[in-house]
Design a protein around this ligand. Structure first.
Ligand code: NAD
Ligand code: IPM
Ligand code: MN
Length: 355
């Protein structure tokens, strides 16, 4: 028996998690998986209604009672401080110590890429450090709002934090037969933090003599991901640089609406979420692409030990796109629910045929 917490959150999170849930239910029935799906009401509505984003008891329950969490997105124009999103999403990343933010980006079809002539095969696996860097909230502001204001926002790198994400990237590269790991940083300016990342990268990388390693400054990397993305395979970066590079890599490989991600503490906790946000500009219009969330279901099933079922979900997601059943972001006219229904049907048919 596995228990899954579903947190749709805000905006299009509600629409895409609704479809992801249907996909999960179809697979659970067909594979006789004993899954319990619990809906969690965490998001802007609750925050505005009760003045509470998430309680300690809720963190405890999410930590102790679940095998995995599936989250849609958090962010609402009615909460301009984004306080609830920080409390809930960053709260889970920090409190559950989900130090690996794995963001796989694969180009499903060349015509999906905004690049003129993308490589025939393009797969970028991003390992984003998820528990420190510029995200800890360590800092403050003095003489706030006056002409003498001083504001600080620290960039934290610990030996432990840097080493464990670099190890995760190299171990992944080795297990998947990838030939190169690239470190993205700004070591030419950030000497201390950058220096630590470079030293640990060399040290850990030297344990993997068959895997090439190189370091790229983040500005040059942004350029090169557009110029020659096929040069890269596995990418490891700090929290902030990984956040930026992962939106770029998602767009280069077909669009933000397609990209899934996993926030993991190996052996302990896992939270899956599409890379995109709550997209207030299209929320409630059924124009959201649910593929990022549905592909999260693939990652989640794989995480629970059902790798074949996960691959089946991925195949059905790809098939929906190939069949032309796509939302407007990919040039189609299908609604969020149409894409979900297409995938549900495709899965049912493939199970019925024993494919
Ligand atoms: P966003 O990812 O929500 O949207 C960026 C653009 O991409 C928008 O034009 C949007 O319409 C489009 N888009 C995103 N997902 C799409 C999908 N599935 N289908 C079709 N189009 C899609 O980023 P933003 O506008 O910078 O942020 C909006 C809110 O979401 C903010 O509050 C932000 O903090 C939050 N956010 C949350 C998460 C998360 O919960 N993991 C991630 C990113 C942003
Ligand atoms: C992401 C988002 C979050 C981040 C925000 C919403 C806090 O952009 O998951 O990529 O910056 O990590
Ligand atoms: Mn982001």
């Amino acid at each position: 028996m596995a228990r899954i917490a579903l947190i749709p959150g805000d905006g299009i999170g509600l629409e895409v998690v609704r479809e992801a849930r249907r996909v999960l239910e179809v697979v659970a029935t067909a594979e006789s998986l004993d899954l319990t799906l619990d809906d969690w009401d965490l998001g802007a509505e609750r925050f505005l209604r009760e003045g509470v984003s998430i309680t300690d008891a809720e963190f405890q329950a999410l930590s102790d009672d679940y095998d995995a969490i599936l989250l849609g997105a958090l962010g609402d124009p009615r909460v301009p401080t984004n306080q609830h999103a920080k409390d809930i999403l960053l709260g889970m990343r920090f409190k559950l110590d989900l130090y690996v933010n794995y963001r796989p980006c694969a180009l499903l079809s060349p015509d999906l890429s905004p690049l003129g002539s993308p490589p025939a095969e393009l797969r970028l696996d991003i390992f984003r450090e998820n528990t420190e860097g510029a995200y800890t909230g360590m800092g403050g502001s003095f003489k706030t709002g006056t002409p003498d204001e001083v504001s600080l926002e620290e960039n934290i790198a610990t030996r432990k934090g840097v080493e464990r994400i670099i190890r995760a990237a190299f171990a992944f590269a080795e297990s998947r037969g990838r030939s190169r790991v690239t470190l993205v940083d700004k070591a030419n300016v950030q000497r201390f933090v950058g220096g630590l990342w470079r030293r640990v990268f060399e040290e850990v990388g030297s344990e993997y003599p068959d895997i090439d390693r190189d370091g790229m400054y983040v500005d040059a990397m942004a350029m090169d991901l557009v110029r020659r993305p096929g040069r890269y395979e596995v990418i490891v970066a700090s929290n902030l640089f990984g956040d930026i590079i992962s939106d770029l890599a998602a767009e280069v490989t077909g669009g933000l609406g397609l990209a899934p991600s996993a926030n993991i503490h190996p052996g302990r906790h896992a939270l899956f979420e599409p890379v995109h946000g709550s997209a207030p500009d299209i929320a409630g219009t059924e124009r959201a692409n649910p593929l990022g969330a549905i592909r999260c279901v693939g990652l989640l099933l794989d995480h629970l030990g059902h790798a074949e079922a996960g691959e089946r979900v991925e195949r059905s997601a790809v098939a929906s796109f190939r069949a032309g059943c796509t939302t407007p972001d990919l040039g189609g006219e299908a609604s969020t629910g149409d894409v979900g229904s297409w995938i549900v049907k495709h899965l049912e048919t493939s199970y019925a045929h024993g494919d």
